[in-house]
Design a protein around this ligand. Structure first.
Ligand SMILES: [Zn+2]
Ligand SMILES: [Zn+2]
Length: 810
């Protein structure tokens, strides 16, 4: 028996199938999708590999044998193996990277190789070898190699090789799963809070990451390293903090908390309204057909999409099949998830973005072992190892969070379609504001369209009151709260109802400008201006987290004319508190929601303590129900326009519609005050009338004229590196090479190489080339060629990455 395997952690060069012999004693254990250990190359350590195929013959001679089988049950289902082939092609990545998206990190192997001394006396050892031999012998004849390295503080590989060749020592490979580790690495503060604050104040600490990590640690005492990783803090940052003496690590026994933080709401299936019934009929008919179908459910906020989802899932389970449901982020859609948990009880696994590594692994194992049949989760849940999929539901399908920003930059919607095709399943997209791409496909009959236009409680949609901020300013408004908004806020307070104010930027101000000489405070590592965070009195870069104290005087002209411009959540919070001193205010943004229960803590305070006003970024706009919120203020509704992103109009329409959907949900009539400087824009006009079709017909014409998706697809080639000139040269080189290859570039629109709109991030310069063509396949073949040609020796100073239809264009 033979197997074809993919070697884990291999580069593009080695990303091919390798055949191995399966020795007789392992034949019963080997099947497609299990991991094995194999000898590979010259290293001593066996390599981890994925079995992609099992076969009776191999065309290759002189094959090696696999050494060990790691998994009893395959970690990859057959359809995931097929999917890895698809992803390799579609996203121009390696099998290994594709497979890594599919598996929880807790499955990774922790190697702990040991050196074991052999019996006997050995005369021919060098003094150094003798020393090592004695150390191992002193430790009972058996010592982990890591430990040995720690003891003698020097590389030990060569010496161990020598000892092994002379028969004095043998090396035993051993490993365990990361998630099965009995202990977890935990970080805790190593300095007193006052001392740290002092360092921040005198500007010895410039990293906003450091400050945020310390805030979390002072709050919670100690936090698992992998949880910090999940909040976006890298191990390099943590290691640097340890070296500087700010934090320390210890190994603590593992504690596994289940998903228990959500309040589970048990509901019985409701009798569908006539609109819901129509939607259910269409979906059921497609399910019955037993073939792959895509359906777009376009339902306004409050039209009862969740009930439709739950009844469809129940149908699927009755047929003996399984279901996956994707939501943009669990922390932001707790109500929908708790309803699903209530309806499907023990039959559901929830993959939470804030689960610890062990918890994630537990959920994954439950799915793979067939203990649950419904999986709910954010983007990565699309890879759940669930067999016999009958339906995949993608709620809020227009959300950009479904597109991964890490290589391979996959799109969960595309992956869902590929998986549904393999299973002959139904793919159901749901949204109140469908993506232009999907709505176009629905309108042109490529996928089925179902619309729900009524709210289940028959409540009218909130009334939208547009306010032209130019007129307000002419009338002498003193701040960003219009007189209309202030009037409505007061009305609300009197009625004992709550309000939400949206502003799409965190921090205090957009930028700091010197009114005398025009100096703008910029990040030294990125080509962006710094945002002032008032509570800490620091200027912060939102790209790299660099921060510094706000200087008292302009560093250029020494005048005292530095002033904050633009509007952020902190400033709105301050303006509300100062103009309306009797109001209670709470803020919800990236800065106030750190930590494991971040979102929920803020939301609960708002709800339970009946806070008058919540100020937040768009994270508040997601599917929360606030029964007492009757007023929503959208400040700077036009702030996204003019960003240069072709999706700016679409995002503006979506954001306003979503935000408006928060007003007046439980039988109370809602109002929305929409403030903008440019009320005339078509996306804002359509949003004021809450008319998706009006928005769409305008948008689709523009997309056609400008050769944008869905008519043309984008390919992006991004060259980054520390050396400005080398980055530019390589970008120009790639451009020339592509234009000289007519067999590759036929019919493709190729932009001249140019710096990205944000031309420097974290000290890396960024140049890009944009490609446009109707077919993704054509773009894929160019990107594949680029990836193969420029990511190897000779181009080490720069990194070339590629993306198809990037989620944002900066
Ligand atoms: Zn100045
Ligand atoms: Zn920066």
């Amino acid at each position: 028996m033979f197997v074809s395997v993919i070697i884990a952690n291999s580069t593009r060069e080695y990303d091919i199938f390798y055949d191995y012999i399966v020795p007789g004693n392992l034949e019963a254990l080997v099947q497609p999708g299990v991991r094995v250990l194999v000898p590979f190359g010259t290293g001593r350590r066996l390599r981890e590999a994925f079995v992609m195929e099992v076969k009776q013959e191999s065309e290759y001679k002189e094959l090696k044998q696999i050494s060990q089988v790691i998994d009893e049950i395959p970690v990859l289902t057959p359809d995931l193996i097929t999917l890895s082939r698809y992803m390799k092609k579609r996203y121009v990545c390696t099998y290994d990277l594709a497979i890594r998206c599919m598996l929880p990190s807790g499955l990774a192997l922790l190697y702990s190789d040991e050196a074991v001394v052999n019996a006997g006396t050995f005369e021919n050892l060098t003094p150094e070898e003798k020393k090592i031999f004695d150390i191992i012998a002193d430790h009972g004849g058996r010592l982990k190699i890591d430990k040995l390295r720690e003891i003698i503080q020097m590389p030990v590989e060569k010496l161990l090789n020598g000892l092994e060749n002379k028969g004095a020592v043998k090396i035993v490979n051993s490993f365990q799963f990361k998630a099965n580790a009995k202990t977890v690495k935990v970080a805790y503060p190593a300095v007193e809070s006052d001392v740290f604050q002092e360092l921040v104040r005198d500007n010895s600490i410039k990293s906003q990451n450091y400050i945020r990590i310390m805030e979390i640690l002072y709050d919670e005492g100690a936090v698992a390293v992998n949880e910090l990783n999940m909040l976006g803090f890298s191990n390099t940052v943590l290691k640097n903090m340890e070296n500087k003496g700010y934090i320390s690590f210890i190994e603590e026994p593992v504690e596994r908390n289940p998903v228990g933080e959500l309040d589970v709401v048990v509901t019985e299936p409701k009798t569908p309204t006539s609109e819901q019934k129509k939607a259910l009929d269409v979906i059921r008919e497609k399910i019955e057909s037993g073939a792959f179908h895509e359906i777009l459910l376009h339902g306004i906020t409050g039209s009862g999409k969740t009930e439709v989802y739950m009844q469809v899932i129940a149908d699927i389970l009755k047929k003996g099949k399984n279901a996956i449901m994707l939501v943009p982020e669990i922390g932001l859609t707790p109500q929908m998830v708790s309803q699903l948990m209530g309806r499907f009880k023990d039959n559901i696994a929830v993959i939470h973005s804030r689960l610890s590594m062990g918890e994630r692994y537990d959920q994954w194992k439950k799915i793979r072992n067939g203990e649950v049949r419904v999986v709910v989760g954010a983007r990565s849940a699309i890879f759940a190892p669930l067999p016999d999929i009958g339906i995949i539901i993608i709620d809020e399908e227009h959300e950009s969070s479904y597109k991964s920003d890490r290589t391979p930059k996959y799109d969960a919607r595309t992956i869902a379609a590929a998986r549904c095709k393999i299973h002959n399943a139904v793919l159901l997209y749901g949204s109140a504001t469908p993506s232009v791409e999907n709505y176009w496909r629905a309108r042109t009959g490529k996928i089925t369209l179902v619309e729900m236009k009524e709210r289940t409680n028959k409540n009218p949609l909130p009334q939208i009151i547009p306010v032209d901020m130019r007129e307000e300013m002419d009338r002498g408004a003193r701040n960003e709260l219009s007189s209309v908004l202030i009037r409505e806020l007061r009305k609300n307070k009197e009625a004992g109802e709550q309000a939400i104010l949206f502003i799409n930027r965190r921090g205090y101000s957009n930028f700091i400008l010197c009114r005398k000489c025009g100096f703008i405070a910029m990040c030294p590592y990125c080509s962006v201006s710094l945002t002032w965070h008032r509570p800490e009195n620091r200027l912060v870069c939102h790209y790299c987290s660099y921060s510094s104290v706000l200087p008292g005087n302009c560093p250029i002209c020494k005048s005292d004319k530095l002033q904050p411009f633009g509007l952020g959540t902190q400033k709105v919070e301050e303006v509300v508190s100062s103009t309306e001193p009797g109001f209670s205010v709470i803020r919800m943004d990236f800065d106030t929601t750190a930590g494991k229960r971040g979102h929920q803590a803020v939301l609960e305070t708002f709800r339970k303590q009946k806070i008058d006003v919540m100020v937040g970024t768009q994270m508040v706009a997601k599917g929360h129900d606030f029964p007492d919120v009757t007023l929503v203020g959208i400040l700077s509704a036009d702030s996204l326009l003019g960003s240069g992103d072709f999706r700016a109009g679409e995002r503006t329409f979506q954001l306003i519609t979503q935000a408006a959907g928060r007003a007046g949900r439980a039988g109370k009539h809602g109002r929305v005050v929409l403030q903008a400087y440019n009320l005339e824009d078509y996306s804002i006009q359509a949003a004021i009338r809450q008319d998706y079709h009006e928005f769409f017909s305008h948008e689709i014409k523009l997309r056609y004229e400008l050769k944008l998706p869905p008519f043309y697809q984008f390919g992006l080639i991004l060259v980054t590196g520390k050396d400005k000139e080398k980055v530019q040269k390589l970008a120009e080189r790639i451009h020339i090479d592509i234009t000289r290859k007519p067999e590759l570039n036929h019919g493709v629109l190729i932009s001249a190489p140019a710096p990205s709109p944000v031309s420097k991030i974290k000290g890396s310069y960024r140049w890009r080339i944009l490609l446009k063509h109707q077919s993704i396949k054509r773009l894929g073949s160019i990107l594949e060629w680029v990836n193969d040609s420029y990511n190897k020796k000779g181009y080490k100073d720069c990194t070339v990455s590629v993306d198809i239809n990037p989620a944002n264009m900066v």
